[in-house]
Design a protein around this ligand. Structure first.
Ligand code: 4NP
Length: 159
């Protein structure tokens, strides 16, 4: 059986999407389904390409047991739309940027917004924590844990 391929996308790929990747990997691992998934992350903006996740994001994530190991890389429209089954934007600007890069209807069908899968939180986007304080990083993880479960349930229903 081919794997279910999921790409989480934010702006810099150093805070929100590497966290989404780690949280979702943990969710599928906990359910014993890690082998069924191929999970990655990317940014719409290449400025941080080659960097590890933001140190503050790493510190908040590790306290919850998430080790952020991914290296920032940009979204590659010509490769990623074909490679992945689900492309999940963290905020409205990421969503709009990705939508503008879609080549056809099939690409657009793969595009989702993370907070649409939330059940405990009412945010319509995962707020960018980069220029803020401590609470912003914790909020990112809170939203991702909640929406991650909802997204998992959605994906299982589709497959
Ligand atoms: P991310 O956060 O999109 O969640 O990775 C940001 C990272 C870097 C910048 C902005 C947001 N930046 O302006 O460099």
């Amino acid at each position: 059986m081919s794997k279910i391929k999921i790409l989480f996308v934010c702006l810099g790929n150093i805070c929100r999407s590497p966290s989404a990747e780690a949280v979702f990997k943990d969710i599928v691992k906990t359910k014993g389904l890690a082998e069924e998934f191929d999970i990655d992350s990317a940014g719409t903006y290449a400025y941080h390409e080659g960097e590890m996740a933001d140190r503050r994001m790493q510190q908040h994530a590790i306290k919850r047991g998430y080790n952020l190991t991914s290296i920032s890389r940009p979204f590659y429209p010509n490769r990623d739309w074909d490679k992945f089954d689900y492309i999940v934007a963290m905020d409205n600007s990421n969503f709009t940027d990705l939508r503008a890069m879609a080549r056809n209807e099939a690409d657009l069908k793969k595009l989702h917004k993370m907070t649409n899968f939330s059940s405990r939180f009412n945010y319509d986007h995962v707020p960018d924590p980069y220029y803020g304080g401590y609470e912003g990083f914790e909020l990112v993880l809170d939203i991702l844990e909640d929406a991650g479960e909802g997204f998992f349930n959605y994906v299982k229903k589709q497959e």
